[in-house]
Design a protein around this ligand. Sequence first.
Ligand code: I22
Length: 428
Amino acid sequence: MAGTVPKLAAPRPAAAGPLPSQPLRSAALAFAPSARRFRVSLAARARSPVIAMASAKEGNGAVTKRTTLHDLYEQQGQSPWYDNLCRPVTDLLPYIANGVRGVTSNPTKAISSSNAYDGQFKELISAGKDAESAYWELVIKDIQDACKLFEPIYDETDGADGYVSVEVSPRLANDTQGTVEAAKWLHKVVNRPNVYIKIPATAECVPSIKEVIANGISVNVTLIFSVARYEAVIDAYLDGLEASGLSDLSRVTSVASFFVSRVDSLIDKMLEKIGTPEALALRGKAAVAQAKIANQLYLKKFSGPRWEALVKKGAKKQRLLWASTSVKNPAYLDTLYVDPLIGPDTVSTMPDQALDAFIDHGTVARTIDANVSEAEGIYSALEKLGIDWEEVGKQLEHEGVSSFKGSFDSLLTSLEEKGNALKTAANL
Ligand SMILES: O=C(CO)[C@@H](O)[C@H](O)[C@H](O)[C@H](O)COP(=O)(O)O
C-alpha cells in the first residue's frame, strides 16, 4: 500500500525556539496508555483511564477500542508491541484491546520502580531463597502471566506473533556458553510456547544465537546497532535453523531488535562537534536512514535458494523489531522513530511515550521501503563526514551492555539488602 510517504526523518529545526504544542489529544487517546506509567503511584494508576478500562471487564476483560495500532497491523502488517511489562500484568489487557500484539520486558526497571513485587519477594526470602533466585522467580511469574495474555494472538497467528520477551542475565553479555546455558534454563522454566529469550548481539553472543536457535528455542536478538552486526545476526539465525535437525521449523522463530533513537543521540553529538552546516543538517536523520538500509538487507537475506530451502521446512523469517523508539531529543517529532519505519513483517516496540504519540497522531502508511536511495545518500554523506558506522555500533553496544549490567547489578544489591533486612526482622 502506498499511502502518503512522509519525508525521511524530519526533526524540527534546532533554531525554531520553543516547541510548538503537540496536537490536541484525540478521543482515542483518552483510552491510551499513560505516559507516566513508571512514575505514578499505585493509587494514581488505579484512577487512570486505561487501568479503569481494564477493570470495566467485557468479554476478554477489556473494552476494545479501535486505534491506529489495529490499522498498523491490519493495513500494513506491522505488529505494534508494548515496550514495558510490570505488575499487575493484567494492566496489559487494555493495551491488547487497543491493538498491542506482543511485549518486550525490562524486568530490572519494572522491579526497581514498583512495590508490587514486595509481597512475593518477602515470601521467597522467608522460604530461604537468595536474592538472585528470588529475582528470577519474580521475573518468571510476570513473563508466564504475560505469555498467557498473549497466547490467543500466538494461536491465531500460528506462532507468528503474540510473544513476550525476557532477557538472560546481562552479566553474561560477553560469555558465549554461559548465555547458551542461561537461555536453555530460562526457556525451560518459563515453559510457554510464546516466550522469546532475549540475547544480546555482542560478538561473543552471536554464536550463542546460532546454538540456541539450533536447540529449537525462539530468540529476541537485542542491542543491534549496526548493519554489519545485523548481517551476522541473520546468519546466526539461518545457521541455527539449518543446524537444528528439526523437520518442522515453524515454531522456532526470532526477532532482530534494531535500536533506533540511540543512534541519533550519538551521531547528533558527533555532528554538532563537526559543526559545519552540512553536518548540522544531517542531525536526526542517521537512525532512520540506517534502519531503512537494514530492512533492505533483510529483504535480500530472506530470499533466494538458501532461504527457500528453509521455507520448505516451515521456517519463518526473523522479523526486524524496531527498539528504542521513543524520541530523546524533544525538538524532534514524537513519532520520528515509528512513522518512517512501517512495513510488512516488522515489529515496532513502543514505550508509553511513543505509543501515546502514535495512537494520537501517527500516520499509518508503508514507509519502510520508501525513499531508500535518500537513506543511502544520508548513510554515505555521514561516512564522508567521518562517521564510522561500525565504531558507532561498537560504542552504542558497549554503552547498552554496561547500562543493562549496571541496572541489574544495582537491583541485585538492593534486593540483597532488602533480603537481609527481612531475614534480620524475622530472625531467620
Ligand atoms: O527488548 C527490547 C529490545 O529487544 C526493548 O525492551 C529494548 O530494551 C528497549 O526498547 C530499549 O532498551 C529502550 O531504549 P531507550 O529508549 O532507553 O533508548
